[in-house]
Design a binder for this molecule. Structure first.
Ligand code: NAD
Ligand code: GLY
Length: 362
């Protein structure tokens, strides 16, 4: 088993990574439910695949388990679904020493985590992420929340789980497109944190995405979790360093927004956003052209939708301006100083860089 520890004093927790750990989950979960009562929150797809067996294992470990299943997809990160889940927790009699388990992708982790953060002013929760994006990013670091009609992730909190249980075998049932979208977030750690890791992914991109070797996949997950834990330990509430995790997300979010959130998966938009941020880093003279070309060559291997045509730099800039990371002093933009190292700058007029990049791709 690979164990990554996230050290936040009293709120520290381990991230356990092991093929098949889902079936031994009861051993790890039981201690987090002193009242013997757990609420398991999942979405329809993941529930159909994994929830029954997990529930049975928990019941065998003498826990009372209530399973709440919500529809798949981003629309479940809403006030309506949140309110329904809170009502169901009350009806089920979940007490302050009860446990909420998030079983699913990032949508479930964010939603169930926010339920846990607010129900009875906060109950314990555990993340059992099943998508690649959730296993390398969203289940670690305590960002929980829901969407608002005016924007994604506008309502939420920082609320750390007690434990993260990662079973890489669950990735076998994940849709290939979701898998590749998650690989976008994996590459991000190479770009922002470790050139060695970037080189490893560069050499093994397809075998990793195809899950050829589960030990190698587990190693990759552990590296990403360690990198994220290192960042979160130093800057839990995103006062500074944690912003580097948004590398590629400035344009990525804008691409998602202008295409109505249905054209790209999040990770796919981030792949394009990372290309843009690397291009700007080259144009600004922070990285040499050879580094940009190397990054571009790797990102071009992703079997993802290309940029839709036409795409307006003004529209994209407009979306970036209403993104929550825009502060009164301008926008914090995460760029690269070299592969594996970031440089954050403040910008006021981003449109020329978007227009220039779009033109460079024609
Ligand atoms: P998702 O949760 O919608 O999952 C994608 C799809 O894959 C869903 O249909 C789900 O049912 C399915 N799925 C998940 N695991 C599966 C498995 N093992 N087998 C088969 N199907 C499976 O999407 P996501 O990409 O996991 O997460 C995206 C969400 O994460 C967004 O809401 C985003 O805002 C959030 N996010 C949060 C953070 C954070 O730090 N909290 C970071 C990044 C993203
Ligand atoms: N995914 C960005 C963060 O957790 O801060």
């Amino acid at each position: 088993m690979k164990i990554v520890s996230l050290d936040l004093g009293e709120r520290s927790y381990p991230i356990l990574i092991q093929p098949d750990i889902l079936w031994k989950a009861a051993i790890h979960l039981k201690g987090h439910a002193p009242a013997g009562h757990a609420v398991l929150i999942s979405d329809a797809t993941v529930s159909g695949l994994y929830a029954d067996q997990l529930r049975e294992a928990l019941i065998a470990a003498e826990l009372q388990v209530d399973l709440f299943t919500v529809p798949d997809g981003e629309d479940s990160k809403s006030w309506t679904v949140m309110g329904e889940l809170l009502s169901r927790c009350i009806e089920a009699g979940l007490k302050r020493d009860g446990l909420i388990i998030a079983l699913g992708g990032g949508v479930i982790g964010d939603l169930a985590g926010f339920v846990a953060a607010t129900y009875l002013r906060g109950v314990r929760f555990v993340q059992v992420p099943t998508s690649l994006l959730a296993q390398v990013d969203s289940s670690v670091g305590g960002k929980v929340g829901i969407n608002h009609a005016l924007g994604k992730n506008l309502i939420g909190n920082f609320y750390q789980p007690r434990l993260v249980l990662i079973d890489p075998l669950t990735l076998r049932t994940l849709d290939k497109r979701e898998m590749w979208a998650g690989m976008g977030e994996v590459i991000k750690y190479g770009l922002i944190w470790s050139s060695d890791f970037f080189s490893q992914i560069e050499e093994n991109l397809v075998p990793l995405a195809e899950l050829d070797d589960m030990e190698a996949v587990a190693e990759m997950l552990a590296f990403c979790c360690r990198a994220k834990a290192d960042v979160v330990e130093r800057d839990e509430k995103e006062g500074g360093l944690r912003r580097i995790l948004n590398f590629g997300h400035t344009l990525g979010h804008a691409l998602e927004a202008v295409t109505g959130y249905h054209y790209f998966k999040h990770g796919e938009a981030v792949v394009h956003g990372m290309d843009w941020a690397a291009w700007v880093s080259w144009q600004e003279g922070f990285i040499p052209e050879a580094s940009y070309r190397r990054i571009q060559a790797l990102l071009n291997k992703f079997p993802i939708p290309g940029l839709p045509d036409p795409l307006s730099a003004t529209d994209l800039t407009g979306k970036i301006k209403i993104d929550k990371k825009q502060t009164g002093r301008g926008l914090h933009l995460v760029l690269l100083e070299e592969i594996g190292k970031t440089r954050i700058i403040q910008v006021h007029d981003i449109e020329p860089w978007i227009a220039g990049w779009l033109e460079s791709r024609n």
